[in-house]
Write a protein that binds this ligand. Structure first.
Ligand SMILES: *Cc1c(COP(=O)(O)O)cnc(C)c1O
Length: 223
């Protein structure tokens, strides 16, 4: 399928989910996750109008951002990031979705040439295989980030459990939204925390109903 056709279908689903929740579709940004596909396919997404792209590996991010440097692309790093790799990549993306420890914040703070927009990754499902802070750790973590002026907390990110159980998915996304509201209530200048990065190909409709502002779509868009 052409990316254009996939995108149309996704936009229709976004509109429907927004209508259900009384939200404006303009509040939802699609991040095209291009980690599985070629530069050509990523370019097709950009040409179709998707100007936010996400990669989960440094090599993938560098390759695509170099090849597509003439295009107006906003880059999201959505994979886990080793502290020792920060210096190679921190000035190459616009958003980081996987901030999950103070040692990483410290390294970013040291290496970044300008403030970095970060999502804190939260392990809402409690699955050991997933990265991210436990929900109960988030508030304390945010407060400790005060030491690192190059870190801007723009929101929270989660990966839902792999399940078709709609109630479980909804519960996961709602939990992230309530936690986001709690961080916002701290009213910290470095943590406006207005955004929610949640929802992938299988679950973005429910994520939008529960407040997602960035959805990360790979297989349904470019697969
Ligand atoms: C791969 C990936 C996605 C996209 O997954 P799809 O199910 O293909 O839409 C979203 N978020 C993260 C963090 C990923 O690694």
């Amino acid at each position: 399928m052409k990316v254009q056709a996939n995108l149309k279908e996704i936009q229709k689903n976004i509109s429907e989910a927004c209508a259900k929740a009384g939200r404006d579709p303009k509040e939802v940004t699609i991040i095209g996750v291009t980690k599985y596909v070629s530069v050509e396919r990523a370019d097709e997404a950009v040409e179709a109008g998707v100007n936010h792209l996400g990669e989960n590996r440094i090599e993938g991010l560098k390759e695509k951002s170099n090849e597509l440097s003439s295009k107006d692309v906003i880059w999201h790093f959505i994979g886990s990031l080793q502290s020792k790799k920060v210096k190679h990549v921190v000035n190459e993306f616009d958003f980081l979705h996987s901030l999950d420890r103070l040692s990483l914040a410290k390294e970013i703070n040291k290496r970044a040439e300008q403030p970095v927009s970060c999502f804190i990754q939260v392990n809402t499902s409690g699955e050991a295989s997933k990265h991210g802070l436990a929900p109960t750790e988030v508030i304390d973590f945010v407060q400790k980030l005060q030491e690192y002026p190059q870190i801007q907390i723009i929101g929270l990110m989660t990966m839902a459990p792999l399940t078709d159980d709609e109630a479980a998915l909804r519960d996961t996304f709602r939990q992230l939204r309530l936690l986001r509201d709690n961080v916002q209530d701290l009213k910290l200048s470095y943590a406006p925390c207005s955004e929610l990065s949640m929802g992938m190909s299988n679950d973005y409709g429910i994520a939008i109903e529960e407040g997602a502002t960035y959805i990360r779509i790979g297989s349904n868009l470019v697969g």
